[in-house]
Design a protein around this ligand. Sequence first.
Ligand code: NAP
Length: 248
Amino acid sequence: MNQVMLVTGGSRGIGAATARLGAAAGYGVCVNYRGNREAAEALAEEIVAAGGRAIAVQADVADEGEVVRLFERVDRELGAVTALVNNAGILEQQCRVADMDAARLTRLLAVNVTGSFLCAREAIRRMSTAQGGNGGAIVNLSSVAARVGAPNEYVDYAATKGAVDTFTLGLAREVADEGIRVNAVRPGIIYTDIHASGGEPGRVDRLKDSVPMRRGGEAEEVARAILWLLSDNASYTTGTFIDVTGGR
Ligand code: NAP
């Protein structure tokens, strides 16, 4: 069967690591991105140069029309999606709840929650055996923040990841008899540029001693868990979570 992976937010970090491992495992890969076209296209070219199949496609996952067009482009250029990685996620400048405004909350919810729902909807329409598809698998990127709440930093972000957890549970049960498995990975503190987006590029090094393994994680260590959940090795696994946190 033609295996096709769509990684949202694949231009860097955990998404880029997942796209690389996916291509090496034989998936045709769509590297979705919102802003960094250069990085996404360079990654797709790297995969193709190594003998794989890949395309880079711009789309904001929070925009319904752009999500629909993203999946249609994947249909045309790689084939229908069989593996969706709902990885695109944002956080905002660290601050306390007392200082959060509605615009910030709306942005976070739109990308982290609405974006995951919209992409899952398009994937289900293609994967569901009840709609003529051949099944598939979805992995959502949650966070350890869903469990610990991220006080004084990003309670809003943590709450969107709590929503991703509940979404994972509900959707997994909704489509379990339609050939679709839905799981989530909850990374801990991983070396990527997301921390700079929150205003603290050195965050992982500041917090790493509080991790039982006494180090931050690498993007590829998260990607390996994602690949396992997508693979047939996880054929009886749905509606569950892998924490990739060094014990945190
Ligand atoms: P990152 O380095 O900041 O990368 C985020 C990616 O998402 C980028 O490729 C970015 O693309 C893309 N993106 C952002 N908004 C988008 C949108 N609206 N539509 C499409 N793409 C969008 O993040 P990361 O650290 O790899 O995190 C990946 C996922 O893991 C996120 O869901 C994050 O919440 C979760 N996570 C990360 C950590 C961690 O410590 N790093 C911990 C727990 C959970 P452009 O740059 O091209 O716009």
